[in-house]
Design a binder for this molecule. Structure first.
Ligand code: SAM
Length: 409
Protein backbone atom coordinates (compact mmCIF):
# COMPACT_ATOMS: atom_id res chain seq x y z
CA UNK A 1 0.00 0.00 0.00
CA UNK A 2 2.86 2.34 0.95
CA UNK A 3 4.54 1.64 -2.38
CA UNK A 4 1.32 2.25 -4.26
CA UNK A 5 0.50 5.49 -2.39
CA UNK A 6 3.91 7.08 -2.93
CA UNK A 7 4.56 5.57 -6.36
CA UNK A 8 3.89 8.84 -8.15
CA UNK A 9 6.09 10.90 -5.84
CA UNK A 10 9.16 8.88 -6.78
CA UNK A 11 11.46 10.47 -9.34
CA UNK A 12 10.71 8.83 -12.67
CA UNK A 13 13.80 9.78 -14.54
CA UNK A 14 15.04 6.28 -15.34
CA UNK A 15 14.51 5.77 -19.08
CA UNK A 16 12.88 2.34 -18.66
CA UNK A 17 10.32 3.89 -16.31
CA UNK A 18 9.60 6.69 -18.78
CA UNK A 19 9.15 4.02 -21.46
CA UNK A 20 6.76 1.97 -19.31
CA UNK A 21 4.71 5.08 -18.46
CA UNK A 22 4.63 6.13 -22.10
CA UNK A 23 3.39 2.71 -23.22
CA UNK A 24 0.85 2.56 -20.38
CA UNK A 25 -0.53 5.88 -21.54
CA UNK A 26 -0.60 5.15 -25.26
CA UNK A 27 -1.00 1.44 -25.91
CA UNK A 28 -4.32 0.68 -24.14
CA UNK A 29 -6.10 2.77 -26.82
CA UNK A 30 -4.70 0.39 -29.43
CA UNK A 31 -4.63 -2.99 -27.68
CA UNK A 32 -7.56 -2.30 -25.32
CA UNK A 33 -7.61 -4.73 -22.37
CA UNK A 34 -4.99 -6.97 -24.08
CA UNK A 35 -2.36 -4.37 -23.19
CA UNK A 36 -2.00 -5.69 -19.62
CA UNK A 37 -1.13 -9.21 -20.74
CA UNK A 38 1.11 -7.87 -23.52
CA UNK A 39 2.93 -5.69 -20.94
CA UNK A 40 3.32 -8.70 -18.68
CA UNK A 41 4.79 -10.74 -21.56
CA UNK A 42 7.18 -7.93 -22.51
CA UNK A 43 8.48 -7.86 -18.94
CA UNK A 44 8.96 -11.64 -18.90
CA UNK A 45 11.70 -13.74 -20.47
CA UNK A 46 11.35 -13.69 -24.23
CA UNK A 47 11.54 -16.75 -26.43
CA UNK A 48 14.08 -17.32 -29.17
CA UNK A 49 14.25 -19.29 -32.36
CA UNK A 50 17.29 -21.11 -33.61
CA UNK A 51 18.32 -20.56 -37.25
CA UNK A 52 20.62 -23.32 -38.43
CA UNK A 53 23.87 -22.50 -40.18
CA UNK A 54 23.60 -24.01 -43.67
CA UNK A 55 27.23 -23.25 -44.46
CA UNK A 56 28.39 -26.23 -42.38
CA UNK A 57 27.01 -29.66 -41.52
CA UNK A 58 24.73 -29.44 -38.45
CA UNK A 59 23.16 -32.91 -38.61
CA UNK A 60 23.79 -33.94 -34.98
CA UNK A 61 22.92 -30.49 -33.64
CA UNK A 62 19.61 -30.57 -35.56
CA UNK A 63 18.85 -34.09 -34.32
CA UNK A 64 19.34 -32.95 -30.73
CA UNK A 65 16.96 -30.05 -31.32
CA UNK A 66 14.28 -32.37 -32.69
CA UNK A 67 14.81 -34.85 -29.83
CA UNK A 68 14.33 -32.04 -27.32
CA UNK A 69 10.93 -31.14 -28.82
CA UNK A 70 11.79 -28.22 -31.10
CA UNK A 71 10.46 -28.02 -34.67
CA UNK A 72 11.27 -26.04 -37.81
CA UNK A 73 8.46 -23.51 -38.11
CA UNK A 74 9.47 -22.35 -41.60
CA UNK A 75 9.38 -25.95 -42.88
CA UNK A 76 6.00 -26.37 -41.20
CA UNK A 77 4.74 -23.19 -42.90
CA UNK A 78 5.90 -24.50 -46.31
CA UNK A 79 4.16 -27.82 -45.71
CA UNK A 80 0.90 -26.21 -44.55
CA UNK A 81 0.98 -23.91 -47.58
CA UNK A 82 1.17 -27.01 -49.83
CA UNK A 83 -1.85 -28.50 -47.99
CA UNK A 84 -3.77 -25.22 -48.37
CA UNK A 85 -2.92 -25.29 -52.11
CA UNK A 86 -4.29 -28.83 -52.47
CA UNK A 87 -7.55 -27.83 -50.71
CA UNK A 88 -7.91 -24.74 -52.89
CA UNK A 89 -7.25 -26.78 -56.05
CA UNK A 90 -10.07 -29.17 -55.07
CA UNK A 91 -12.37 -26.17 -54.50
CA UNK A 92 -11.31 -24.72 -57.87
CA UNK A 93 -12.22 -27.98 -59.68
CA UNK A 94 -15.59 -28.07 -57.93
CA UNK A 95 -16.29 -24.45 -58.92
CA UNK A 96 -15.38 -25.21 -62.54
CA UNK A 97 -17.85 -28.16 -62.54
CA UNK A 98 -20.61 -25.93 -61.11
CA UNK A 99 -19.95 -23.29 -63.79
CA UNK A 100 -20.07 -25.98 -66.52
CA UNK A 101 -23.38 -27.26 -65.17
CA UNK A 102 -24.89 -23.78 -65.22
CA UNK A 103 -23.69 -23.33 -68.81
CA UNK A 104 -25.77 -26.37 -69.79
CA UNK A 105 -29.01 -24.72 -68.60
CA UNK A 106 -31.09 -23.60 -71.62
CA UNK A 107 -31.85 -19.87 -71.17
CA UNK A 108 -35.57 -19.12 -71.21
CA UNK A 109 -35.91 -15.59 -72.56
CA UNK A 110 -36.01 -12.87 -69.89
CA UNK A 111 -37.35 -15.03 -67.11
CA UNK A 112 -36.58 -14.73 -63.38
CA UNK A 113 -35.05 -18.18 -63.56
CA UNK A 114 -32.56 -17.06 -66.25
CA UNK A 115 -31.57 -13.99 -64.21
CA UNK A 116 -30.87 -16.20 -61.16
CA UNK A 117 -28.81 -18.60 -63.29
CA UNK A 118 -26.76 -15.79 -64.86
CA UNK A 119 -26.11 -14.18 -61.44
CA UNK A 120 -25.03 -17.52 -59.95
CA UNK A 121 -22.68 -18.11 -62.89
CA UNK A 122 -21.14 -14.63 -62.47
CA UNK A 123 -20.64 -15.21 -58.73
CA UNK A 124 -18.97 -18.54 -59.44
CA UNK A 125 -16.66 -16.94 -62.02
CA UNK A 126 -15.60 -14.33 -59.41
CA UNK A 127 -15.09 -17.08 -56.83
CA UNK A 128 -13.00 -19.05 -59.35
CA UNK A 129 -10.73 -16.03 -59.96
CA UNK A 130 -10.30 -15.42 -56.22
CA UNK A 131 -9.38 -19.10 -55.70
CA UNK A 132 -6.79 -18.86 -58.50
CA UNK A 133 -5.27 -15.76 -56.83
CA UNK A 134 -5.09 -17.56 -53.48
CA UNK A 135 -3.51 -20.65 -55.07
CA UNK A 136 -0.77 -18.36 -56.46
CA UNK A 137 -0.12 -16.87 -53.00
CA UNK A 138 0.02 -20.26 -51.23
CA UNK A 139 2.23 -21.74 -54.01
CA UNK A 140 4.67 -18.89 -53.31
CA UNK A 141 4.49 -19.56 -49.57
CA UNK A 142 5.06 -23.30 -50.04
CA UNK A 143 8.48 -22.54 -51.57
CA UNK A 144 9.21 -19.46 -49.46
CA UNK A 145 12.64 -19.66 -47.79
CA UNK A 146 12.52 -23.44 -48.09
CA UNK A 147 16.30 -23.78 -47.46
CA UNK A 148 15.94 -21.93 -44.18
CA UNK A 149 15.61 -24.01 -41.01
CA UNK A 150 14.34 -22.03 -38.02
CA UNK A 151 13.53 -24.08 -34.92
CA UNK A 152 11.17 -23.06 -32.10
CA UNK A 153 9.78 -24.85 -29.08
CA UNK A 154 5.99 -25.20 -29.08
CA UNK A 155 3.73 -22.58 -27.53
CA UNK A 156 4.09 -22.36 -23.73
CA UNK A 157 7.29 -24.42 -23.79
CA UNK A 158 10.01 -22.17 -22.40
CA UNK A 159 12.98 -24.45 -23.00
CA UNK A 160 15.99 -22.37 -24.00
CA UNK A 161 18.26 -23.05 -26.97
CA UNK A 162 21.95 -23.60 -26.44
CA UNK A 163 24.37 -22.13 -28.92
CA UNK A 164 27.13 -24.35 -30.18
CA UNK A 165 30.36 -23.80 -32.06
CA UNK A 166 32.50 -26.29 -33.95
CA UNK A 167 35.97 -26.17 -35.44
CA UNK A 168 36.01 -26.31 -39.24
CA UNK A 169 39.35 -25.93 -41.03
CA UNK A 170 40.93 -24.45 -37.87
CA UNK A 171 38.11 -21.88 -37.56
CA UNK A 172 35.50 -21.67 -34.80
CA UNK A 173 32.12 -21.48 -36.47
CA UNK A 174 28.61 -21.20 -34.99
CA UNK A 175 26.09 -23.92 -35.78
CA UNK A 176 23.10 -21.65 -35.23
CA UNK A 177 22.00 -18.06 -34.77
CA UNK A 178 19.54 -17.32 -31.96
CA UNK A 179 17.04 -14.51 -32.49
CA UNK A 180 13.47 -13.53 -31.72
CA UNK A 181 11.37 -15.75 -34.03
CA UNK A 182 9.35 -12.64 -34.99
CA UNK A 183 12.55 -11.31 -36.61
CA UNK A 184 12.33 -14.11 -39.18
CA UNK A 185 8.96 -12.80 -40.40
CA UNK A 186 10.28 -9.73 -42.29
CA UNK A 187 12.56 -12.17 -44.16
CA UNK A 188 9.63 -14.51 -44.93
CA UNK A 189 7.56 -11.52 -46.09
CA UNK A 190 10.40 -10.43 -48.39
CA UNK A 191 10.72 -13.98 -49.77
CA UNK A 192 14.33 -13.85 -51.04
CA UNK A 193 14.86 -16.08 -54.09
CA UNK A 194 17.63 -17.29 -56.35
CA UNK A 195 18.86 -14.55 -58.67
CA UNK A 196 17.61 -11.67 -56.49
CA UNK A 197 19.50 -8.45 -55.89
CA UNK A 198 18.77 -7.68 -52.26
CA UNK A 199 19.50 -4.60 -50.18
CA UNK A 200 19.30 -4.78 -46.38
CA UNK A 201 19.25 -1.04 -45.67
CA UNK A 202 19.63 -1.20 -41.86
CA UNK A 203 21.49 -4.47 -41.51
CA UNK A 204 23.50 -4.43 -38.25
CA UNK A 205 23.98 -6.43 -36.11
CA UNK A 206 22.85 -8.82 -38.84
CA UNK A 207 20.12 -11.15 -37.51
CA UNK A 208 17.87 -10.78 -40.54
CA UNK A 209 20.82 -10.62 -42.94
CA UNK A 210 22.22 -13.94 -41.67
CA UNK A 211 18.70 -15.41 -41.90
CA UNK A 212 18.36 -14.34 -45.57
CA UNK A 213 21.84 -15.63 -46.31
CA UNK A 214 20.97 -19.07 -44.91
CA UNK A 215 18.26 -19.35 -47.55
CA UNK A 216 19.87 -17.87 -50.66
CA UNK A 217 23.53 -18.77 -49.87
CA UNK A 218 25.44 -17.80 -53.02
CA UNK A 219 22.39 -17.85 -55.31
CA UNK A 220 21.57 -14.12 -54.87
CA UNK A 221 23.50 -10.88 -54.47
CA UNK A 222 23.15 -9.23 -51.07
CA UNK A 223 24.15 -5.77 -49.89
CA UNK A 224 24.25 -5.15 -46.14
CA UNK A 225 24.21 -1.46 -45.21
CA UNK A 226 24.56 0.22 -41.83
CA UNK A 227 26.06 3.67 -41.22
CA UNK A 228 26.98 2.96 -37.59
CA UNK A 229 30.69 2.12 -37.35
CA UNK A 230 30.43 0.05 -34.18
CA UNK A 231 27.33 -1.83 -35.34
CA UNK A 232 28.93 -2.36 -38.76
CA UNK A 233 31.92 -3.99 -37.02
CA UNK A 234 29.49 -6.21 -35.13
CA UNK A 235 27.96 -7.26 -38.47
CA UNK A 236 31.41 -8.17 -39.85
CA UNK A 237 32.04 -10.18 -36.70
CA UNK A 238 28.77 -12.06 -37.17
CA UNK A 239 29.58 -12.86 -40.82
CA UNK A 240 32.98 -14.11 -39.70
CA UNK A 241 31.36 -16.42 -37.11
CA UNK A 242 28.97 -18.02 -39.63
CA UNK A 243 30.82 -18.20 -42.94
CA UNK A 244 33.75 -20.60 -43.42
CA UNK A 245 37.02 -18.75 -44.18
CA UNK A 246 37.30 -20.35 -47.59
CA UNK A 247 33.80 -19.17 -48.55
CA UNK A 248 34.20 -16.55 -51.26
CA UNK A 249 31.87 -13.63 -50.55
CA UNK A 250 33.39 -11.33 -53.18
CA UNK A 251 30.65 -11.81 -55.78
CA UNK A 252 27.63 -12.22 -53.56
CA UNK A 253 27.95 -10.18 -50.34
CA UNK A 254 28.84 -6.52 -50.04
CA UNK A 255 28.89 -4.48 -46.82
CA UNK A 256 28.54 -0.70 -47.03
CA UNK A 257 27.96 2.18 -44.60
CA UNK A 258 25.69 4.87 -46.07
CA UNK A 259 22.97 6.99 -44.55
CA UNK A 260 19.85 5.34 -45.97
CA UNK A 261 17.98 8.66 -45.92
CA UNK A 262 19.97 9.74 -48.99
CA UNK A 263 20.17 6.38 -50.81
CA UNK A 264 18.26 7.61 -53.86
CA UNK A 265 21.03 10.15 -54.49
CA UNK A 266 23.39 7.22 -55.17
CA UNK A 267 21.17 4.47 -56.61
CA UNK A 268 17.63 4.12 -57.87
CA UNK A 269 15.75 1.21 -59.55
CA UNK A 270 18.51 -1.25 -58.64
CA UNK A 271 17.25 -4.02 -56.36
CA UNK A 272 14.57 -6.67 -56.74
CA UNK A 273 14.06 -6.74 -52.95
CA UNK A 274 14.78 -4.23 -50.19
CA UNK A 275 14.48 -4.74 -46.45
CA UNK A 276 14.14 -1.70 -44.17
CA UNK A 277 14.37 -2.91 -40.59
CA UNK A 278 14.21 0.62 -39.29
CA UNK A 279 15.65 2.10 -36.11
CA UNK A 280 12.74 2.44 -33.67
CA UNK A 281 11.87 2.74 -29.97
CA UNK A 282 12.64 -0.98 -29.58
CA UNK A 283 9.73 -1.33 -27.16
CA UNK A 284 10.66 -4.51 -25.32
CA UNK A 285 14.26 -3.48 -24.68
CA UNK A 286 13.22 0.05 -23.64
CA UNK A 287 11.23 -1.37 -20.75
CA UNK A 288 14.39 -2.74 -19.11
CA UNK A 289 17.06 -1.00 -17.11
CA UNK A 290 20.26 -0.57 -19.15
CA UNK A 291 23.83 -0.20 -17.96
CA UNK A 292 24.16 3.22 -19.54
CA UNK A 293 21.11 5.53 -19.53
CA UNK A 294 21.84 6.68 -23.07
CA UNK A 295 21.49 3.11 -24.40
CA UNK A 296 17.74 3.58 -23.96
CA UNK A 297 16.04 5.87 -26.48
CA UNK A 298 13.65 7.03 -23.73
CA UNK A 299 16.46 8.80 -21.83
CA UNK A 300 16.13 12.60 -21.59
CA UNK A 301 19.21 13.22 -23.72
CA UNK A 302 17.66 11.33 -26.65
CA UNK A 303 14.26 13.04 -26.50
CA UNK A 304 14.73 14.83 -29.83
CA UNK A 305 16.05 11.72 -31.53
CA UNK A 306 12.96 9.84 -30.35
CA UNK A 307 10.61 12.57 -31.53
CA UNK A 308 12.25 12.51 -34.97
CA UNK A 309 12.06 8.72 -35.41
CA UNK A 310 8.95 8.72 -37.66
CA UNK A 311 10.63 11.31 -39.92
CA UNK A 312 13.79 9.17 -40.18
CA UNK A 313 11.75 5.99 -40.74
CA UNK A 314 9.73 7.65 -43.52
CA UNK A 315 12.91 8.88 -45.22
CA UNK A 316 14.42 5.38 -45.07
CA UNK A 317 11.31 3.71 -46.45
CA UNK A 318 10.93 6.29 -49.21
CA UNK A 319 14.54 5.81 -50.31
CA UNK A 320 14.15 2.04 -50.11
CA UNK A 321 11.22 2.14 -52.56
CA UNK A 322 13.21 4.38 -54.90
CA UNK A 323 16.17 1.97 -54.68
CA UNK A 324 13.84 -0.90 -55.63
CA UNK A 325 13.14 -1.82 -59.27
CA UNK A 326 9.61 -1.53 -60.70
CA UNK A 327 7.96 -4.88 -59.94
CA UNK A 328 10.18 -5.35 -56.88
CA UNK A 329 9.30 -5.76 -53.22
CA UNK A 330 10.07 -3.67 -50.14
CA UNK A 331 9.52 -4.88 -46.58
CA UNK A 332 9.38 -2.35 -43.76
CA UNK A 333 9.69 -3.60 -40.18
CA UNK A 334 10.15 -2.25 -36.66
CA UNK A 335 10.18 -3.82 -33.21
CA UNK A 336 7.71 -1.27 -31.90
CA UNK A 337 3.93 -1.35 -31.61
CA UNK A 338 3.64 2.41 -32.11
CA UNK A 339 1.28 3.36 -34.93
CA UNK A 340 3.36 6.53 -35.45
CA UNK A 341 6.35 4.37 -36.33
CA UNK A 342 4.41 1.74 -38.24
CA UNK A 343 1.23 2.21 -40.24
CA UNK A 344 1.34 6.04 -40.25
CA UNK A 345 4.88 5.97 -41.68
CA UNK A 346 3.82 3.50 -44.38
CA UNK A 347 0.68 5.44 -45.31
CA UNK A 348 2.60 8.73 -45.41
CA UNK A 349 5.31 7.30 -47.67
CA UNK A 350 2.84 5.68 -50.12
CA UNK A 351 1.07 9.04 -50.55
CA UNK A 352 4.29 11.06 -50.72
CA UNK A 353 5.79 8.79 -53.42
CA UNK A 354 2.61 9.09 -55.46
CA UNK A 355 2.30 12.88 -55.08
CA UNK A 356 5.94 13.85 -55.52
CA UNK A 357 7.55 11.07 -57.56
CA UNK A 358 4.72 9.45 -59.49
CA UNK A 359 5.63 6.09 -57.93
CA UNK A 360 2.79 3.71 -57.13
CA UNK A 361 3.25 1.21 -54.31
CA UNK A 362 0.72 -1.41 -53.38
CA UNK A 363 0.27 -2.92 -49.94
CA UNK A 364 0.52 -6.71 -50.05
CA UNK A 365 -1.85 -8.81 -47.97
CA UNK A 366 0.11 -10.68 -45.29
CA UNK A 367 -2.94 -12.62 -44.02
CA UNK A 368 -2.14 -15.85 -45.91
CA UNK A 369 1.30 -15.87 -44.27
CA UNK A 370 0.04 -14.97 -40.78
CA UNK A 371 -2.72 -17.61 -41.08
CA UNK A 372 -0.07 -20.26 -41.62
CA UNK A 373 1.88 -19.04 -38.58
CA UNK A 374 -0.88 -18.66 -36.04
CA UNK A 375 0.27 -21.67 -33.99
CA UNK A 376 3.58 -19.95 -33.33
CA UNK A 377 2.66 -16.26 -33.06
CA UNK A 378 -0.09 -14.04 -31.70
CA UNK A 379 -0.94 -11.39 -34.28
CA UNK A 380 -2.75 -8.13 -33.53
CA UNK A 381 -6.26 -8.94 -34.77
CA UNK A 382 -7.28 -5.49 -36.06
CA UNK A 383 -4.27 -4.61 -38.22
CA UNK A 384 -5.28 -2.50 -41.22
CA UNK A 385 -1.76 -2.16 -42.62
CA UNK A 386 0.74 -5.06 -42.52
CA UNK A 387 0.90 -7.37 -39.51
CA UNK A 388 1.97 -6.95 -35.89
CA UNK A 389 3.33 -9.77 -33.72
CA UNK A 390 1.80 -9.22 -30.32
CA UNK A 391 3.84 -10.59 -27.38
CA UNK A 392 2.02 -13.24 -25.37
CA UNK A 393 3.23 -15.20 -22.32
CA UNK A 394 2.79 -18.48 -24.22
CA UNK A 395 4.30 -17.18 -27.47
CA UNK A 396 6.65 -14.54 -26.17
CA UNK A 397 7.94 -13.06 -29.43
CA UNK A 398 7.81 -9.50 -30.72
CA UNK A 399 6.55 -6.85 -30.80
CA UNK A 400 7.36 -6.81 -34.50
CA UNK A 401 5.58 -4.84 -37.21
CA UNK A 402 5.94 -6.09 -40.79
CA UNK A 403 4.61 -4.46 -43.91
CA UNK A 404 5.14 -5.57 -47.51
CA UNK A 405 4.94 -3.16 -50.45
CA UNK A 406 5.25 -3.89 -54.13
CA UNK A 407 6.42 -1.15 -56.46
CA UNK A 408 4.21 -1.10 -59.53
CA UNK A 409 5.53 2.01 -61.36
N1 SAM B 1 18.24 -5.56 -39.16
C1 SAM B 1 19.06 -5.64 -38.00
C2 SAM B 1 19.08 -7.08 -37.52
O1 SAM B 1 18.20 -7.85 -37.86
O2 SAM B 1 20.01 -7.44 -36.79
C3 SAM B 1 18.62 -4.70 -36.90
C4 SAM B 1 18.50 -3.28 -37.37
S1 SAM B 1 18.26 -2.12 -36.07
C5 SAM B 1 16.59 -2.32 -35.72
C6 SAM B 1 18.29 -0.61 -36.93
C7 SAM B 1 19.62 -0.26 -37.56
O3 SAM B 1 19.42 0.92 -38.34
C8 SAM B 1 20.73 0.08 -36.57
O4 SAM B 1 21.78 -0.84 -36.71
C9 SAM B 1 21.18 1.47 -36.97
O5 SAM B 1 22.58 1.64 -36.94
C10 SAM B 1 20.65 1.60 -38.40
N2 SAM B 1 20.41 2.99 -38.83
C11 SAM B 1 20.20 4.08 -38.06
N3 SAM B 1 20.09 5.17 -38.83
C12 SAM B 1 20.23 4.76 -40.12
C13 SAM B 1 20.24 5.42 -41.36
N4 SAM B 1 20.08 6.75 -41.45
N5 SAM B 1 20.42 4.70 -42.48
C14 SAM B 1 20.56 3.34 -42.42
N6 SAM B 1 20.58 2.66 -41.24
C15 SAM B 1 20.43 3.37 -40.12
Amino acid sequence: LFKYKYRNLRSKSAPHEIARDYFDENYPAYFESDWFSIRCAMLSRKKYCCVLNNFISVKDYEKNLIDSGAYDFVGKMNQNARLECALLEAERDMTIKQIQQLQKVEPAADSEETRVTVNSALELIDKHQSILDQIDIYKGLSKNCSNLRAYVYPRADITEFKTSTVIENKQWIHQSYLLDAASVLPVLALGPEEGDDILDMCAAPGGKFITMLQHVQNQARLVANDPSKSRGQHLHGVLHQYLPVDYDIQDTIKTVAFDGQYWAAIETDCYSKVLVDAPCTNDRLSMYETEKNTDNIFCHLRKNERAKLPELQAALLKNAVQACKVGGTVVYSTCSASRWQNEFVVQFVIQDLLDNHNIICELEDLKPMTNLLKDEFNFYPNATVGALVQPHLEANFGPMFICKLSRTT
